[in-house]
Design a protein around this ligand. Structure first.
Ligand code: FES
Ligand SMILES: [Fe+2]
Length: 367
C-alpha cells in the first residue's frame, strides 16, 4: 500500500507547459474499459418484478428475470434463434420465453422447449451466456468477467441497507460520460462549490491519500452542519439558519469499481457503478442517515423501528436528485469537451485524481 506524498503541488497544463511530460502512447483514460472481474450493480431489487428487465453492462446486453422461486437469473439478452431481445419476452415458471416464436430457455441458458418442435426434430444445442448474479442489500450484483473468479471476490455490499439504525435514500445517475469522469467527481471534494446549500460539508482540506491496486482512500479535514441527534435535526436540511458548522472527518473511498464516503458518524453515501460504454455510465447513489445517536429508539420493538425506517426511506432522494442533476451537467460537458479536444489536459490541484486515474489504468489492464 502506498502513502502518497501530499506536498503542495503547482498547477501544470500538460498541453502548454514546456516541462510537460511527453504524452504516453497508452490509450486515453476516457477510452479505457472496465475490469470485468468485479461485481457491478445492474438494478435495484425493486426494479425487477415478474417481467424480464433489460440492462447493458459494458456493451453486453443482459436480461434479468426472477424464476418461480423469485431467484434472480441473468442471461445474454439475445435469442439464439433470430437474435431478438429476450427481455421482450416473458417468464414462465423457471424459464424465460422469447416473444417471437416462444422458445423457452432455462436459467443456465439452455433451450428447453420449442412449442412447434416436430416429433422427428431435436432441440437445437443452443447455449446462452449465463452470468453470475446475486441479490444482496437491495440491489442486483452481476459479475461480467470470468465466472470462475466470482466466488473469490464477494460483492462490496451495503450493510446499512437492511440495518434498522439507518435510513436510506436512492437516486439513479444516468450520465452520457465515461465512468472515470464520475469517479473523479466523487473523489474530488473540492467541487462542493457546484452544489451550494445542498451540500452538508464545507471547507474540505485533503489531509491523507492512501492507494493500492484495488483502492484509493482520500481523507479530508472538513466541517459539517450535519448532526442527527435530535428528532428535529433533519430540519437543518431545509432551514439554513439552523445550521452550525463543526469539524468532521470526511473520507472518500474508491473500492474499485464502487465508491463510498463517510462524514463523521451520522452520514454515509455510496455510489454503485454499472458502466454501459465509453460514453455512458449508470450508477446508483445511496445516502444513509444513522440513527445510532437515538438510544431510546433502539429499545423500541422491532416492528416500530421497521416502521420508522420504512416511512423515512427515500426522504432525502430529492436532495440526491438535485446533486445528481448538477453533477451530470458538468460530467456531460467534460465528456463533450474531451471528444472535441481529446489530448487537452487541464491543470489539476487535487492529487486524489492522479491516484484514481492510476487505479483505473491498473484495473483496465487487469492488474
Ligand atoms: S427469435 Fe426467439 S424464438 Fe425465434
Ligand atoms: Fe457532486
Amino acid at each position: 500500500m502506498d502513502v502518497i506524498d501530499l506536498q503542495p503541488v503547482t498547477a501544470v497544463t500538460g498541453e502548454h507547459s514546456p516541462t510537460a511530460q511527453p504524452q504516453a502512447k497508452a490509450k486515453s483514460l476516457r477510452q479505457l474499459a472496465i475490469n470485468p472481474n468485479h461485481w457491478y450493480v445492474v438494478a435495484q431489487s425493486a426494479e425487477l418484478t415478474d417481467k424480464p428487465l433489460a440492462r447493458t453492462l459494458w456493451h453486453q446486453p443482459i436480461v434479468l428475470y426472477r424464476n418461480g422461486d423469485s431467484q434472480v437469473a441473468a442471461l445474454e439478452d439475445r435469442c439464439p434463434h433470430r437474435q431478438v431481445k429476450l427481455s421482450e419476452g416473458q417468464v414462465d415458471g423457471d424459464n424465460l420465453v422469447c416473444a417471437y416464436h416462444g422458445w423457452h430457455f432455462t436459467a443456465d441458458g439452455r433451450c428447453a422447449h420449442i412449442p412447434y418442435l416436430g416429433p422427428q426434430q431435436k432441440l437445437p444445442p443452443c447455449t446462452l451466456r449465463q452470468y453470475p448474479v446475486i441479490e444482496q442489500d437491495g440491489f442486483i450484483w452481476l459479475f461480467p468477467g470470468d465466472p470462475a473468479l466470482a466466488a473469490d471476490r464477494p460483492p462490496m455490499g451495503v450493510p446499512e441497507w437492511d440495518h434498522l439504525n439507518y435510513i436510506g435514500s436512492v437516486a439513479l445517475i444516468d450520465v452520457q460520460a465515461h465512468y472515470s469522469f464520475l469517479i473523479e467527481n466523487l473523489m474530488d471534494m473540492y467541487h462542493g462549490h457546484l452544489h451550494g446549500g445542498a451540500q452538508v460539508w464545507a471547507n474540505p482540506v485533503l489531509a491523507d491519500l492512501i492507494a493500492d491496486q484495488d483502492h484509493v482512500h482520500a481523507h479530508y479535514d472538513a466541517e459539517s452542519y450535519y448532526r442527527i441527534d435530535k428528532i428535529w435535526s433533519v430540519s437543518q436540511l431545509f432551514i439554513p439558519a439552523l445550521r452550525k458548522l463543526h469539524p468532521e472527518p470526511l473520507d472518500v473511498y474508491y473500492h474499485y469499481p464502487h465508491w463510498a464516503s463517510t462524514l463523521g458518524e451520522d452520514f454515509k453515501i455510496y455510489c454503485l457503478f454499472a458502466p454501459v460504454s465509453e460514453t455512458h455510465t449508470r450508477a446508483y447513489l445511496l445516502h444513509f442517515t444513522s440513527l445510532n445517536r437515538f438510544p431510546n429508539l433502539h429499545k423500541s420493538p422491532l416492528p416500530v423501528r421497521r416502521f420508522f425506517k420504512n416511512i423515512f426511506t427515500n426522504s432525502a432522494s430529492f436532495v440526491l436528485r438535485r446533486l445528481v442533476r448538477e453533477d451530470v451537467l458538468m460530467l456531460e460537458q467534460e465528456q463533450q469537451a474531451y471528444q472535441q479536444r481529446p489530448t487537452y489536459k487541464g491543470p489539476e490541484l487535487n492529487r486524489t485524481l492522479t491516484a484514481v486515474q492510476q487505479l483505473i489504468r491498473q484495473q483496465a489492464a487487469g492488474d
